[in-house]
Design a protein. Structure first.
Lengths: 285, 102
């Protein structure tokens, strides 16, 4: 009897020990698949009437009036000139006779959904904008500004050739890739600037709400529409432009485009939107 | 008695007013250096604020114009802003997790 009791007590103690350790382990572990599931569930629960693929339309998915405006705008989309310019630039050879297509898989057509990716040789995240400028430099051309104009035109064309394809970001089984992903997540949720806002303050806590005259976009699918024509900018802007202007709007000094923090942020935000279609180039109020 | 009290109050007022000595160039330089150092520290934490930069610029402009009272006040404000950005960056190292969608 005493022996049986002792065995039971030992088993119970062991079970309690396992239970006590399990949450601690889970809290410290990096689990992108679980993050993605929780992220997407958060938005589909918050906006139960919205189809998953509609989140890529940003503020236009949040408000019926805006959605009607967007449908009308898509008849003559404001990004069209940039898209045409990008198509021409993409096929025009560099001085050495090579083209952008020579730098990318499948000649650069229909691959936008795979960017950013983790480059295991470099040990860092490589975005499409970065890959385009590296392509230029490898072929003896000067790099473009990361924020607008030529870079926006090129990425607009590449996004257009991927329209409708689901975002498909891979995180290899490499601790450096997991670290980059985790750093991107940390950046997304970290409050900064004098206004003490994080990316999540606007795009998780308040999508669909107004901030002054603007309707805030949901974080889910926010990069699937990049690059975008913004009426506020009176022109096109890239993902780099979006990140740097977000920082300055909350009175934080922006980092340099394509600094590690922004590359990791893009990696995280793109990964949690896996499965949603590419809709870029987009237009925003 | 009443006259004595009025005299004492006036003397106190004059003493207080004359106690606020105008700032010197050295005061400005010291205040500016302290603000700049704090903002540099915020930079190493990748968390500078635009308002710190603009207030530092205003301090410099006032200092160069010889308005050291204003320059010192602006520099002290810039230092306070920089220190707040350092506090934010430090506290957010753990606090960001509170916002995470799980």
């Amino acid at each position: 009897m005493t022996r049986r009791f002792a065995i039971r007590a030992a088993i119970a103690t062991l079970a309690l020990g396992v239970l006590a350790c399990a949450p601690a382990h889970a809290a410290g572990a990096v689990d992108p698949a679980a993050d993605k599931a929780a992220f997407q569930k958060f938005f589909t629960s918050k906006f139960p009437k919205l189809k998953l693929e509609d989140f890529v339309n940003g503020p236009y998915s949040m408000n019926e009036d805006l959605h009607k405006q967007w449908e009308e705008k898509e008849q003559f989309p404001p990004y069209e000139f940039s898209l045409e310019a990008g198509k021409e630039m993409f096929s025009t050879p560099f001085k050495n006779g090579k083209t952008y297509g020579d730098c990318f898989p499948n000649k650069g057509i229909g691959i936008r959904q795979n960017y950013p990716y983790f480059d295991e040789k470099e040990g860092k995240v490589v975005t499409l904008e970065l890959a385009l400028n590296r392509c230029r430099e490898a072929n003896g051309e000067a790099p473009f500004s990361y924020v607008k104009d030529d870079m926006a035109a090129l990425t607009a064309y590449m996004a257009f050739t991927s329209r409708g394809k689901p975002m498909d970001i891979k995180i290899p089984n490499d601790p450096r890739a997991l670290e980059a992903y985790q750093n991107g997540k940390e950046y997304f949720y970290t409050r900064r600037g004098q206004l003490n806002f994080s990316c999540a303050t606007c795009h998780i806590q308040s999508p669909g709400e107004r901030i002054r005259a603007e309707v805030l976009a949901p974080a889910l699918g926010i990069l699937n529409a990049m690059p975008i024509y913004r009426s506020e900018w009176s022109g096109m802007g890239t993902t780099s432009r979006r990140f740097t202007t977000c920082n300055s709007q909350i009175r934080g000094v922006p980092l340099n485009p394509q600094d590690d923090e922004y590359r990791n942020l893009e990696y995280y935000l793109s990964y949690v939107s896996n499965g949603l279609p590419i809709s870029g180039p987009g237009a925003r109020p | 008695m009443r006259a004595t009290m009025v005299f004492a109050a006036s003397a106190l007022l004059i003493a207080t007013a004359t106690g606020a000595v105008a700032a010197s160039e050295a005061d400005y330089k010291a205040a500016y250096a302290a603000a700049e150092a704090a903002n540099k520290e915020a930079g190493t934490l990748r968390n500078q604020w635009t308002t710190t930069a603009s207030t530092l610029a205003a301090a410099k402009k006032a200092g160069e114009a010889g308005d050291f009272d204003s320059a010192v006040a602006q520099a002290k404000e810039a230092e306070a802003l920089a220190k707040a950005s350092i506090f934010q960056a430090t506290s957010e190292k753990e606090r960001w997790k509170d916002m995470e969608v799980r």
